[in-house]
Design a protein around this ligand. Structure first.
Ligand SMILES: [Zn+2]
Ligand SMILES: [Zn+2]
Length: 731
């Protein structure tokens, strides 16, 4: 009997590489053979590239000319389940397999042998002469018995310079040893007591923990208002998963992955979990990737790409803030991590918990139809209650043209300041002013590369394009008519609102929080934590403040422009506005103090504004669902966006027209194609963009038809085509 999962030396194997080729290539198995799924290095032309043994070779090439696998990497082979997941995800998102494999190998130096580092522990000898510093080191080591430390740790913890330790090494009092750099993660203890749960939480926790113990696939939508204790509930599911000896993954939007959150997890399980995010160092990434593959990391807290790590025995995936748009990757591989989490779990026999205060309509509908189990946490954890919601009718307020905070809102903020509490002014617009206009001729400064206005960022002292990131200095002379000193900002961004707040509240400490004002995500998170701890009286923020941060002393949220998200033709405009307003309002009045949210609006009768005010979430979902069902759009129909782009506008349009005319493969499955039309932003980075929209019934196998349809098109020159299945944004 031949073992189908092992290839002897010289046997033909098909290797999928990370290079953009349309198929796996045949190689000969190396000396000693290789396993199915092995990570290997293979020659490709003059280069050596990373690949995975995907199956037996095809053998359609002269055997004598087939090259050999160079070496098998010293990491666990990719599991059959992972290979299937990548194939299914590729088929769903119409992504070439090499691009999927790149997602799954995002750790540098995978092929390197585990590197070593020096560690220090108590040595056998005594120093010839004892000093204070030396004594501190030896006493510290004695206290920790047989543990070893890096030079830096030992120097810091015992309060000496590294030369003191080096001196002790020479004397044999401290031993210097080599230790592998990629250390396993400290074991987590699921049996430590969690927080005391309310009856509501306990019921939900028991349900998901039992589902995890059953070891089968299932998805649970865990819905609960901000502060209702969703985290405590899903951490119990994580505990059940760890107790069952399986690995767990908690996905969070990058911005919600805070030190505060990690601390909560550490307190619950007694040790720090692995954290996977864009700020992780290359060394840390490699360590996590390897340890997960060896089963030596039990729990990963990570941003969306953590879904593609090589888990050995994954039993639970939690998607926190499941409605968050950052789960959709909008460039490169266009995938939604929430949907891919469900796919991966279904292949594994694992459980998924989707957690949100304001679920996406997709998840809500899946729960309605019985595909997902729905659990509701109604009671707010602790003594706080939901904030009171009010509108401020801006038609009745008289404001000068350069002010955005109404008198009503100002009075409310003043009251909070007098009470020694925090207030937040929310405006979902980065920068100083969205428009820079010439008062002489009316010219608006736009980006040279895109069809977008340049946004003034006074903090950076530049104009910036929010599409391509291009910046230029603020012009003093109008680029159109040449008039001097007539360029003026129009409309507010958070920076300008910050200026207004300083004038309106001269005695308050005002802080502006916007993602572009800090050098790194870490610096931004640190700033947010400082403010939450009381570092400011008035907080001005964009949507990033809506996500998962606790501001215990915040009791008032003022939304400067509640109408902002309602404009535009986006399918999800109403849903997004509803979610965002509910989340922002949820920042007010945690802990002991009740909160108020005030929405400045010119259309207080708008159904979405009224639904937000009434807090009638079920009513909102039902109305929104009925509208989408009538229109046959997601989640009651299927959609795909096709974006053609290239440097030549006419060529791009011709290609899009040709596609639209030859839509037989789509017609065959009953799908319709709309367009071509210039994309809402018709030019980004100098590339002209044209969109086609494909719509089909819910049960239609759309991907196959689209693949066939677009394969008719030969892309000339620098033209590109991207397919976006289940598009989230339509820019
Ligand atoms: Zn001008
Ligand atoms: Zn631009």
């Amino acid at each position: 009997m031949i073992d189908p999962s092992f290839f002897d030396e010289g046997a033909l194997v098909a290797v999928l590489t990370t290079q953009p080729l349309d198929r796996a290539l045949d190689y000969k198995a190396p000396e000693g053979g290789c396993h199915l799924g092995a990570f290997v290095e293979v020659p490709l032309g003059p280069r050596k590239v990373l690949g995975v043994v995907w199956g037996p070779g095809k053998g359609d090439y002269d055997y004598a000319k087939v090259r050999s696998v160079l070496r098998v990497l010293d990491v666990a082979p990719m599991r059959a389940e992972m290979r299937r997941f990548l194939e299914k995800a590729a088929a769903y998102t119409l992504t070439p397999m090499p691009a999927m494999l790149r997602l799954a190998t995002r750790a540098p130096g995978l092929g390197d042998p585990p590197s070593m580092r020096k560690v220090y522990r108590r040595g056998p000898d005594e120093p010839d002469r004892m000093t204070d510093a030396r004594r501190r080191v030896l006493e510290f080591l004695a206290e920790y018995g047989d543990l070893s430390f890096t030079l830096k740790e030992l120097a810091e913890l015992s309060g000496v310079t590294s030369s003191v330790i080096k001196g002790l090494v020479k004397q044999g009092a401290v031993a210097e040893e080599d230790s592998p750099r990629d250390l396993p993660f400290a074991p987590l203890d699921p049996d430590l007591p969690g927080k005391e749960l309310t009856e509501d939480q306990d019921r939900a926790a028991t349900h998901v923990a039992e589902a995890v113990r059953a070891g089968t696939y299932g998805t649970t939508l865990l819905r609960g208002v901000t502060g209702s204790g969703k985290t405590e509930v899903y951490l119990e599911a994580v505990a059940a998963c760890l107790s069952a000896g399986r690995q767990a993954l908690v996905l969070l939007p990058e911005i919600a992955l805070t030190a505060e959150f990690l601390k909560r997890v550490e307190v619950r399980f007694g040790a720090r979990p692995a954290e996977w995010h864009s700020g992780a160092t290359m060394t840390e990434r490699r360590r996590i990737w390897r340890m997960i593959g060896q089963g030596q990391a039990q729990l990963v807290i990570g941003a969306r790409s953590a879904l593609f790590l090589p888990y050995q025995n994954l039993g639970l995936i939690v998607v926190d803030e499941e409605h968050d748009t950052s789960y959709k990757q909008e460039d490169g591989v266009l995938y939604n991590a929430r949907d891919m989490a469900v796919l991966r779990a279904s292949l594994l026999g694992a459980q998924v918990v989707l957690s949100s205060a304001t679920p996406s309509l997709e998840s809500w509908a899946n729960a309605e139809s019985g595909k997902y189990t729905r659990l509701d946490l109604e009671a707010r954890f602790g003594p706080a209650v939901l904030p009171t919601m009010k509108t401020i009718d801006m038609r009745a307020e008289t404001l000068p043209s350069d002010r955005w905070v109404s008198d009503t809102l100002k009075r409310a903020v003043d009251q909070r300041l007098e009470a020694g509490e925090q207030a937040m002014l929310f405006l979902n617009r980065r920068g100083y002013a969205p428009i820079t206009l010439c008062r002489a001729c009316g010219h608006q400064v736009g980006c040279d590369q895109c069809d977008a206005r340049m946004v003034e960022h006074r903090f950076l002292k530049r104009l910036m394009c929010h599409q391509c990131g291009e910046t230029k200095p603020m012009p003093t002379v109008c680029p159109s008519c040449g008039a001097e000193d007539r360029m003026a900002p129009v409309g507010p961004g958070v920076e300008r609102l910050g200026e207004e707040a300083v004038k309106l509240f001269p005695d308050a400490r005002v802080a502006v929080l916007s993602s572009d004002m800090y050098g790194s995500a870490r610096a931004l998170k640190a700033e947010i934590e400082g403010i939450a701890a009381g570092g400011a009286d008035v907080v001005i923020g964009t949507q990033l403040v809506a996500k998962g941060h606790n501001f215990p002393n915040l009791t008032l949220v003022g939304v400067i422009d509640a109408d902002l998200g309602l404009q535009g033709s986006d399918l999800r405009a109403a849903e997004r506005t509803f979610q965002l307003m509910r989340q922002v309002a949820g920042r007010a009045g945690r802990a002991e103090k009740p909160g108020t949210a005030m929405l400045q609006t010119f259309q207080p009768e708008h159904p979405v504004i009224r639904a937000i005010l009434a807090g009638d979430e079920e009513g909102f979902w039902r109305a929104e669902a009925a509208e989408r069902e009538a229109a046959g759009v997601p989640p009651y129909g299927r959609m795909a966006g096709i974006i053609l782009s290239g440097p030549d506008a006419a060529q791009v349009f011709d290609a899009a027209n040709a596609l639209a005319r030859n839509a037989v493969p789509l017609a065959r499955v009953g799908a319709q194609v709309f367009g071509p039309a210039p994309a809402p932003i018709a030019r980004i980075r100098g590339r002209h963009r044209v969109r086609l929209l494909v719509k089909a019934g819910k049960g239609v196998a759309l991907q196959g038809a689209i693949a066939q349809w677009v394969s008719q098109l030969r892309l000339k020159g620098d033209m590109r085509l991207a397919v976006d299945i289940d598009p989230q944004s339509f820019y």
